[in-house]
Design a protein around this ligand. Structure first.
Ligand code: ZN
Length: 426
């Protein structure tokens, strides 16, 4: 995919006109205007028609009806947006930037993902995060989790393996001092070190996310105060009926949820999730696309099992959502690797398949992600003062969520990201 990044000057082109003395409201400043757009009010679930959005630098400086909000003279106007639908930028709560190639950042922006949480950080990603914040690098606003904490049998380079509570305390404190935004835990972190992670993270008020540590289990993990759990895995693995398990396939069936499920057991876990206030990031699309462990590849080729797994995972999402559990949209994508940035659109489609309305899915993808990341003051909705992160769509995504996939332009931090045939400016 080819696209062009047009960098709008952040210089204030027109500061103010002459004003009568006694005028109290300050002049509105802007360097980019979107005139005549229909803005999706995500919270209320309706379109605000015929609006003008004024952008100054990286933020929305004003938003109002086209009739009441005039564009300061000299402000650049984006052509061809009249009647188009504007939504807040999308938030992918689970990505992996695999190497020091910044191309992937542009892939996320082109997909409309203007904020993302990197789930296995390294020092260069902290540098990217800060350079993006400073306007020196173009990419989605990043939140970066620390390197994954686990007790791998053969430790991987860069993966700390705390064995005790005190070792886990020290690792968390060191990651926090290094500047990571989240602590990431993995399935194979022992119960004691996991509780040590949570103890120190809660003390330092640094959020924790990741796989449910198998030894601790889902209920202990949720009651420990973890912020978000990824992939839904334990909802299925702890609820599969015994006859659905096959020794040779146990890992496959548990991880991918291919089996007969005890739904009463799932509902009990759903209730515990709501009570604990734990977020879930289902990453349905990762499981839909990826093969399980090599030993189960033959079984995974059975379309019946694949369908059963897909259906079970969607049903768990539906039950979580209808019970009021907190959900955000994440892909586990690694743009430039196995799963592209555009998998976010597939994840949204999968959530519709799970029974959520398009409005529900857009909420999870915007305000949901913003709430999970503690960024509601900056992103997730569109209003004056919020970061100028938005998508310009050819149609109303409440009627057809596929509209989001066909975005005509993306504005990230006030910068227009578009394809060569996209909208121009004058
Ligand atoms: Zn991941």
């Amino acid at each position: 995919m080819r696209y062009v990044i047009l960098v709008i000057s952040t210089t204030v082109l027109v500061a103010s006109g002459c004003r009568d003395s006694g005028t109290s409201s300050p002049p509105i400043e802007a360097d980019l205007a979107l005139v005549g757009v229909d803005v999706l009010d995500v919270s209320e679930g309706r379109l605000l028609e015929n609006r003008t959005i004024l952008i100054l630098g990286t933020r929305i400086s004003a938003m109002g009806s086209r009739d009441s909000l005039s564009v300061p003279s000299g402000t650049a106007r984006l052509d061809g947006v009249d009647g188009k639908v504007v939504t807040p930028g999308l938030i992918d709560a689970h990505i992996h930037l695999r190497d020091a190639d910044t191309t992937a950042l542009l892939d996320y922006l082109a997909a409309g993902v203007t904020t993302a949480r990197e789930m296995n950080g390294r020092p260069f990603l902290l540098e990217w995060r800060d350079r993006i914040d400073a306007g020196e690098l173009i990419g989605p606003t990043l939140r970066v989790a620390a390197p994954t904490l686990a007790n791998f049998s053969s430790p991987r380079e860069g993966y700390p393996t705390p064995e005790s509570r005190s070792e886990a305390n020290a690792v968390v404190s060191s990651f926090r001092a290094t500047g990571y935004d989240w602590i990431k835990v993995y399935s194979f972190l022992g119960s004691d070190p996991f509780l040590g992670v949570m103890e120190e993270a809660n003390r330092l008020a640094v959020p924790v996310a990741g796989h449910v540590p198998i030894e601790a289990g889902l209920r202990v993990t949720m009651s420990s105060g973890i912020g978000s759990i990824e992939h839904l895995t334990e909802y299925v693995s702890s609820s599969l009926l015994p006859e659905s398990r096959d020794l040779d396939e146990e890992d496959f069936r548990s991880v991918f949820g291919a089996g007969e499920v005890n739904w009463a057991a799932v509902d009990s876990l759903v209730d515990a999730t709501v009570a604990a206030g734990t977020w879930n990031v289902p990453t349905l699309v990762w499981f839909d696309r990826n093969l399980p462990v090599p030993m189960a590849e033959a079984a995974w080729a059975d379309p019946g099992l694949r369908t059963q797994g897909e259906t079970n995972r969607r049903e768990i999402v539906r039950r979580l959502h209808s019970a009021g559990a907190l959900l955000a949209v994440g892909t586990d994508s690694d743009a430039g690797g196995d799963l592209p940035a555009s998998a976010f659109h597939d994840e949204m489609a999968a959530l519709v398949e799970a029974g959520l309305r398009p409005l529900d899915v857009i909420r999870l993808a915007t305000v949901g992600g913003a709430a999970l990341l503690g960024m509601l003051d900056d992103v997730g909705t569109l209003s004056a003062g919020k970061r100028a992160d938005l998508l310009i769509l050819p149609c109303n995504p409440l009627d057809d969520l596929g509209c989001v996939r066909r975005s005509e332009a993306v504005v990230a931090r006030g910068r227009l990201v578009t394809r060569p045939s996209g909208s121009g400016m004058h």
